[in-house]
Write a protein that binds this ligand. Structure first.
Ligand SMILES: NC(=O)c1ccc[n+]([C@@H]2O[C@H](COP(=O)([O-])OP(=O)(O)OC[C@H]3O[C@@H](n4cnc5c(N)ncnc54)[C@H](OP(=O)(O)O)[C@@H]3O)[C@@H](O)[C@H]2O)c1
Length: 235
């Protein structure tokens, strides 16, 4: 694995299950981390102590201006952002498509699409100027196809996946790699609680998914552009 020591990686969703695993994996490689959560309370709970070269920043990333401030502060403090892992997002089982209220469409699109776009958009001009950068987004393996009562979620993750491909097509000429991981069910405490009869050994461990994300941020993945990478374990 090429060195990450001199690199700055910004991780959204850093307080969540996957974000913590990704932060842990990069920390082990000596990477400088910008850890972004929605609130300082959740950041402090997830990272009660932090090495001095890391940074915690809080913002509601559905707020475009707040997300831009996070990117600006990260860039000023660290000099540059080498990679973004846009992990913030979530799941809501919904109603049938025809019963989904406009506010519910907006909420899930904001949670999964705006949180990604609002962070990557202000960071991309700096990456273009340096002709270098890595962006990893998080779709969902289940979003390959529509399914009952999850239409809004699937639409939001499908949007992330299509935008990843579009950004990749726009940015690969600047040596910026934009790729997406497609997890199936991640082995999280929340999923174990929600699906007590399922076998979590078949799910994806956060640390295994984190290893794929680290790879996509590495120079080993320099030829990968617009890949939607299923990471599904045995599920
Ligand atoms: N879990 C699964 O089985 C599964 C399957 C497929 C895809 N995914 C995707 O994988 C990613 C990580 O999943 P996870 O299980 O690690 O999720 P999680 O534990 O619920 O963490 C979600 C993270 O997103 C952040 N976040 C949510 N809304 C935000 C907002 N408006 N502004 C800033 N941050 C916000 C949360 O921050 P705070 O805690 O600070 O609020 C938290 O860090 C998500 O994109 C999810 O959709 C998960």
């Amino acid at each position: 694995m090429p060195p990450f020591k001199e690199k700055t990686v910004l991780i959204t969703g850093a307080t969540g299950n996957l974000g913590k695993a990704v932060a842990c994996a990069f920390d082990a490689l000596g990477t400088r981390l910008v850890l972004v959560g929605s609130r300082f309370e959740t950041l402090d709970a997830a990272y009660p102590s932090l090495k001095p070269h890391h940074l915690k920043l809080a913002a509601d990333l559905t707020d475009k201006a707040a997300a831009a401030r996070v990117v600006a502060e990260a860039g000023q403090t660290s000099g540059r952002i080498d990679a973004i892992c846009a992990i913030a997002g979530g799941f809501h089982a919904g109603k049938p498509v025809h019963e989904t209220a406009p506010a519910d469409w907006d909420r899930i699109m904001e949670m999964n699409v705006s949180t990604m776009l609002n962070v990557v958009s202000p960071a991309i001009p700096g990456m273009i100027a340096r002709k270098a950068g890595k962006i990893v987004t998080v779709g969902a393996n289940s979003a390959a196809k529509g399914a009952a009562n999850t239409g809004a979620y699937i639409a939001s993750k499908s949007t992330v996946m299509r935008l990843t491909e579009s950004m990749s097509a726009e940015l690969r000429q600047y040596a910026i790699n934009v790729n997406c991981v497609l997890p199936s069910t991640i082995d999280t405490p929340e999923n174990r609680q929600a699906m007590p009869k399922a076998d979590p050994a078949r799910w994806v461990k956060p640390e295994d998914l984190a290893a794929v994300i680290v790879f996509l941020c590495s120079e080993n993945a320099v030829a990968m552009h617009g890949a939607l990478v299923p990471v599904v374990g045995l599920s």
